[in-house]
Design a protein around this ligand. Sequence first.
Ligand code: KG4
Ligand code: ZN
Length: 334
Amino acid sequence: MLVLGIDTSCDDTSIAVLDYNETNKKFTIISNVISSQIKAHVEYGGIVPEIASREHLKNILSVFEMALKEASIKPKNIELIAVTAGPGLLGSLIVGYSFAKGLSIANKTPYITVDHIKAHTAANFIDPFGIKYPAVALTISGGHSSLSVLNSPIEANFIGGTIDDAVGELFDKVARYLNLPYPGGPVLDKLSKEGELKYKFPKPLINEKNYNFSFSGLKTAVINFTKNNKDFELPHLSRSMTESICDIFVKKISAAASEYAAKTLLLSGGVACNTMIRQSVKNLAEKKKLDIMMPPPVLCTDNGAMIAILGTLNFIYSPDKNSKNTDVYPTTRW
Ligand code: KG4
Ligand code: ZN
């Protein structure tokens, strides 16, 4: 089954073509085109929603044509269109959603809407039924940090999330304060590699008996530290901040894995590119003798392939497979 996946939730215009083999129940990514808008936003130190919508509008047709060209297919060959309905920036979401609807009408191809956060987890599902369930999934991105438990590839139950800033926001806002380029996550990741754990930062909610996160206080603590210690060293700062983040994630994932008798850990989202976070979750999985899955970096950040995967699984296996969100939505719906 040839599936088109479209994501325009934030600042990447992403369209992918995947083939789902219904016999062996595995996906093959045939093309995965991502047009980044970073250049359009960099001078503002963050994403400007109106610019993001306009950039999507400008780019979506050529990204679509490129995805089809790389896959050597024509629009009429597409058997299902999967598109993000939310969460994300409304103006950006509307561009992708309207494009999907238009394509669906023009070619009489069915379409299905997908939740962006659940789709991040699905970036691990090239072989969705080869994974041992239950699985505990940590999805960490620029807008979201959430923990869920999956009993199958399409049954995700939310158990906790951030009560303020997402972890990606923490990286991006600290970097912005320090006049580092946007997005801050990859820059701070690189710096951490040359740093040591020299400064002590708080680990909010680490000992709370729930699965919630809070990163706003950590952000303030790091910023205040730089104000009060003018001779701080950036690599040590980044390393020490990331150590706090890793400790929080390890503690919460470990507790969730025990409580829900998980057999697998799934990491996903843009922040799952982070070297130290990847390593700490790997170490935890080894210690607890759990399987661990984390996508390659290109499938951690926003991409159309993850949308095509979840859309296909919902379309084929979900009891309410014909249901569609008739509107786009800005915040997570579990
Ligand atoms: O998943 P994503 O592409 O978009 C959202 O759905 O938000 O995630 C983007 C986020 C940004 O905050 C970016 O700074 C962060 O992922 N990020 C990283 C790294 N690479 C990207 N954060 C930490 N370390 C990285 N290597
Ligand atoms: Zn995302």
